[in-house]
Design a protein around this ligand. Structure first.
Ligand code: PLP
Length: 444
């Protein structure tokens, strides 16, 4: 449930957890439980602003002395209801929705890093995030060292510098499908007084809850399975509320020392476990924007209502398709951690016992042109720059999403040049396999 936190004089979303804690029930009903006479469905507050009676009331809101909605860039009731659901799904204390997954990754880092700081990241991450870390953050003075997703404890520790502020990885990497050893990376990060940020887009909290394995912050591209219907672009930053910023106060002055732009307020002192979430809303959203529209949050919530059903079907179909591909003489290799032959199968059994996701990476025997011919010969499986919605789709990352990366960067990000990314939807599995089969026959 969302309420205003009057004690802290700011309208923030807090979770009273009157809901049963089963993840399936949270998907359907979390975040919005109407009272007598209120709408059954989350209302869309498609309004930039909110009315007050006196200028004094408005002034108190700007000083964070009173709680209440005043401008949608900072907070909106529709967005807050959906953020509350995602926080409940992940088991966090707070969540901020953003206008895209890219904005979520950027804000998650920028909330604790400034020029001169440094990030350690798994190299096996989404190409857009790789680019953000390797190029754009560096231009802003925030450096990044990439380590293998399977780096040893010593390799991770060796990459950490005095100015490092966090460690980052993806539960299941896009597009290679590698499984991140969350518990181990969290332990090494914590040994150095650092939070672990995990992008949980592909697994979703239905299949993995990174906070249970020691992660401190979780990010999402809600554009993917959470929405699941390819109808809105969005992101989320969720805070576990567990990282002790004050214990490492010198590393995180933005959270532990007075913020001059809020009359000298110190986030950790005033907001305790909500410090990271409140700072992200009150400071980054105030200054940089990137909020989703209430309409998009409403659409996202429709997707979330069936997330648990869809994830089960995506995984069931993908497992069958991966097994079929593995047996197929035209296929050179398959990456799907649900396959016993996959090098990450043991990690998948630990972190993803219910299944991973619907995304399979594979390579065909033959040339890059054969792969393109195969994709062009598909019927209802379409070529789109997207993954993780109900409809099965396919992409060649080296020619499409990752084309800005050099061959060396491609390999570093776990993307082989012949990699075909197949996002298995929730249609009939027989039909999906039949379309793959006919396309392989026609492209020979
Ligand atoms: N993180 C992952 C794992 C992704 O797959 C993507 C996009 O594909 C993003 C982040 C970026 O999300 P968005 O496209 O919503 O900005």
């Amino acid at each position: 449930m969302t309420t205003s936190d009057n004690a802290n004089n700011i309208s923030i979303t807090i979770f009273t957890n009157t809901m049963p804690h089963n993840i399936d029930t949270i998907c359907v009903q979390g975040g919005w439980q109407p009272k007598k006479g209120e709408p059954r469905q989350v209302p869309i507050y498609q309004s930039t602003t909110f009315k007050y009676e006196t200028s004094e009331q408005m002034a108190r809101l700007f000083d964070l002395e009173d709680s209440g909605y005043f401008y949608t860039r900072l907070q909106n009731p529709t967005n807050d209801a959906v953020a509350a659901k995602i926080a409940e799904l992940e088991g966090g204390v707070g969540c901020v929705l953003t206008s895209s997954g890219q904005a979520a990754s950027f804000f998650a880092i920028l909330n604790i890093c400034e020029a001169g700081d440094h990030v350690v990241s798994s190299s096996t991450i989404y190409g857009g995030t790789f680019n953000l870390f390797a190029i754009t953050l560096r231009k802003m003075g925030i450096d990044c060292t990439f380590v293998g997703y399977d780096a040893s404890d010593e390799e991770i520790a060796a990459a950490i510098r005095p100015e490092t502020k966090c460690v980052f990885g993806e539960t299941i990497s896009n597009p290679g499908g590698r499984v991140f050893d969350i518990e181990r990376f969290a332990r090494v990060a914590h040994e150095h007084g650092l939070p672990l940020i995990v992008d949980n887009t592909f697994a979703t909290p239905v299949n993995c809850r990174p906070f249970e394995w020691g992660a401190d912050i979780v990010t999402h591209s809600t554009t993917k399975y959470m929405d699941g219907h390819a109808s809105q672009v969005g992101g989320a930053v969720v805070d576990s509320g567990k990282f002790d910023w004050d214990a490492h106060a010198d590393k995180f002055p933005g959270l532990t020392t007075p913020d001059e732009s809020y009359h000298g307020l110190t986030y950790t002192k005033k907001f305790g476990p909500m410090a990271y979430t409140v700072k992200l809303t009150a400071q980054l959203m105030r200054d940089l924007g990137a909020i989703p529209s209430p309409m998009n949050c409403f659409l996202l919530n429709l997707g979330l209502e069936t997330l648990h059903l869809r994830m089960a079907r995506h995984c069931e179909n993908a497992q069958r398709v991966a097994e079929w591909l593995e047996q197929n003489p035209n296929v050179a290799w398959v990456n799907y951690a649900g396959l016993p032959s996959d090098p990450d199968h043991a990690l998948a059994q630990k972190y993803l016992p219910k299944g991973g996701c619907g995304v399979i990476a594979f390579g065909l025997k033959g040339t890059r042109e054969d792969a393109i011919r195969f994709m062009d010969a598909l019927n209802f499986i379409s070529i789109v720059t997207h993954v993780a919605d109900t409809r099965t789709c396919v992409l060649h990352p080296a020619s499409h999403t990752h084309r800005q990366l050099s061959d060396a960067q491609l390999l570093e990000a776990g993307v082989r040049p012949d990699l075909i990314r197949l996002s298995v939807g929730i249609e009939s599995c027989e039909d999906i396999i039949a379309d793959l089969k006919q396309a392989m026959e026609h492209s020979k």
